[in-house]
Design a protein around this ligand. Structure first.
Ligand SMILES: Nc1ncnc2c1ncn2[C@@H]1O[C@H](COP(=O)(O)OP(=O)(O)OP(=O)(O)O)[C@@H](O)[C@H]1O
Ligand SMILES: [Mg+2]
Length: 239
């Protein structure tokens, strides 16, 4: 990534868009300190990341990646990530938030049910909802959501939308958005291209500007398709 400079005010939601390989996930991994930039600086609340304790930083940021990791362990351990201070009541409440309590009711041993490695028996959408439940339980102030681009059935899609809505309320968030519905929720847009910023502004301003790439992206997204991934408007000038 080069010459990337932007500010996200507390309580705002930034939507990050750009074609595959443009650097969207990289940006989220830099914030979570899965690796550090070779030059430049990222600050949270004006504190440079290396001055914050890693554990504290990761405690305050809830990260939902494109691929959800489900462990061969009980539902409880999968949701609490082995934090035994979280009560079963809290876990059940988090499952209610993501509309997965019906799913819990079908399990033979409730929260003690062992779910398979790689999430056997779970649909991609259900795995996403469990990942959201994890974030509800850790209750971080900052959310990084790298939305999965997998196609979901309309009912699951609806549950995901509802869960994202609740998850983002009252938090600061960076959302790598693949769904139009998610994009419509964000305050600001950062359009990346080849590791650089192509556009950055409020969603309202970019939507209004007929010459913005973002507005053209919205207009080229087929109405029948809820996904904005790899729209022609995201193509680089070279293509
Ligand atoms: N650890 C790494 N070291 C070197 N290059 C990397 C590393 N991780 C990713 N890249 C490269 O950086 C570029 C951006 O990758 P990134 O995963 O951020 O893309 P993305 O915008 O999230 O794409 P997608 O929409 O497909 O998820 C890609 O060319 C990728 O191959
Ligand atoms: Mg990515």
């Amino acid at each position: 990534m080069r010459e990337v400079s932007f500010h996200l005010a507390s309580g705002r939601i930034l939507g990050i868009v750009g074609r595959t390989g443009s650097g969207k996930s990289t940006l989220s991994r830099l914030l979570f300190r899965l690796y550090d930039p070779q030059s430049g600086e990222i600050r949270v609340g004006n504190h440079p990341l290396p001055t914050l304790q890693l554990r504290s930083l990761r405690h305050h940021i809830g990260m939902v990646t494109q691929e959800v990791q489900i462990f061969h362990a009980s539902v409880r351990d999968n949701l609490t990530l082995f934090n035994s201070t979280i009560s079963d009541e809290q876990i059940k409440q988090a499952l209610v938030e993501v509309e997965m309590s019906g799913w819990l009711a079908t399990l033979p041993n409730g929260l003690d049910t062992i779910i398979g490695a790689a999430g056997e028996g779970l649909s991609a959408g259900e795995a996403q909802l469990l990942a959201f439940a994890r974030v509800f339980l850790s209750n971080p102030g900052i959310i990084v959501l790298d939305e999965a681009s997998s196609r979901l059935d309309p009912a699951t899609e609806h549950r995901i939308e509802q869960a994202i809505h609740k998850l983002l309320a009252g938090r600061t968030a960076l959302v790598i958005a693949h769904r139009l519905k998610t994009i419509q929720r964000v305050d600001d847009i950062l359009l990346l291209e080849n590791g650089r910023i192509r556009e950055w502004g409020t969603r309202a301003d970019l939507e209004k500007d007929p010459n913005s790439h973002f507005s053209r992206l919205l207009h080229t997204a087929p109405a029948s398709d809820n996904s904005i991934a790899n729209q022609p408007e995201l193509a680089t000038d070279r293509d």
